[in-house]
Design a protein around this ligand. Structure first.
Ligand SMILES: NC(=O)CCC(=O)C(=O)O
Length: 263
């Protein structure tokens, strides 16, 4: 399956420009044969948290119409990264996912907010999981900081996901954590990791290096340090092969784990 990795240069607070750019990159991905397009985190606004009152998408309606129209017209699944949304006077970091028939298969708000970037001061956290199916692909989505919570990704893998999409705005100074954590999450869950980071060198400092990692932990592709659209071919049957080689799921001892984490 061909994945369109949209490592977009997100303009800080430049909402209209960002929608235009995202549209042009999704169209280009489809024209190059991508079957799933993946966007980064908060691509409508960047981390312009102080301006969410003016910039966030009310009820996510602009984004939902945008993704629905493009997925239907282009016949492409879209993992819509995440956007800043406003619902009932509160702000969220929300991922929408559409299948190639134009149906929304998921709406998820980031459950673990990142204090170091003040998310907890401006945003509400979501409380739901993010499991969805795209055609034959059993998938889940998490947002950026959440890759530091192995139990969250494991919960999605146990719920049947074998492809974990990650949308991020992961800053340059901790890019080594990004790479190591993504590789670990792929190996321990024996899942594909399809992770898209953003680019920006102006107000903020994000240098891409999006990644596609297969379930044995081999890195199939790493993005450049500039805006890039890459089409990466993946063979999802690899999941079964790797899970057959080392039966981690069968060897789990959940009766030993409950309660331990909390104490
Ligand atoms: N947008 C984010 O959640 C950033 C997470 C991050 O930088 C980290 O180190 O974790």
């Amino acid at each position: 399956m061909k994945i369109g990795m949209i490592q977009m240069n997100v303009g800080f607070g430049k909402v209209d420009e960002n929608y235009e750019r995202a549209e042009s990159l999704i169209r280009e991905a489809a024209s190059k044969g991508a079957e799933i397009a993946v966007l980064p985190e908060m691509w409508n606004t960047g981390f312009a948290l102080e301006k969410l009152g003016e910039l966030a998408d009310p009820e996510g309606s602009r984004t939902q119409a945008f993704l629905q129209n493009l997925s239907t017209e282009l016949g492409i699944h879209i993992v819509g990264g995440s956007v800043a949304t406003e619902k009932d006077g509160k702000f969220y970091n929300t991922m929408y996912v559409y299948n190639k028939e134009g149906q929304q298969v998921s709406e998820y708000s980031k459950a673990h907010l990142f204090r170091l970037m003040d998310e907890h001061k401006y945003l509400e956290s979501g409380n739901e999981m993010n499991r969805f199916t795209l055609g034959e692909v059993e998938a889940a989505g998490v947002i950026c900081y959440e890759i530091r919570f192995p139990e969250w990704l494991r919960a999605h893998a146990l719920a049947g996901a074998n492809v974990l999409f990650v949308s991020a705005q992961w800053p340059t100074p901790r890019i080594d954590h990004w790479k190591t954590l993504l590789q670990a999450r792929a190996i321990e869950n024996q899942c594909f990791i399809i992770a898209v980071n953003r680019i920006s060198r102006k107000v903020e400092n994000f240098n891409g290096q999006s990644m596609v990692i297969e379930p044995w932990g081999e890195v199939l592709w790493t993005g450049a340090e500039d805006e890039e659209l890459a089409i990466v071919d993946v063979d999802f049957s690899k999941v079964e092969e790797v899970r057959g080689r080392i039966p981690v799921y069968d060897d789990r001892r959940p009766e030993l784990y409950s309660g331990v984490v909390e104490e």
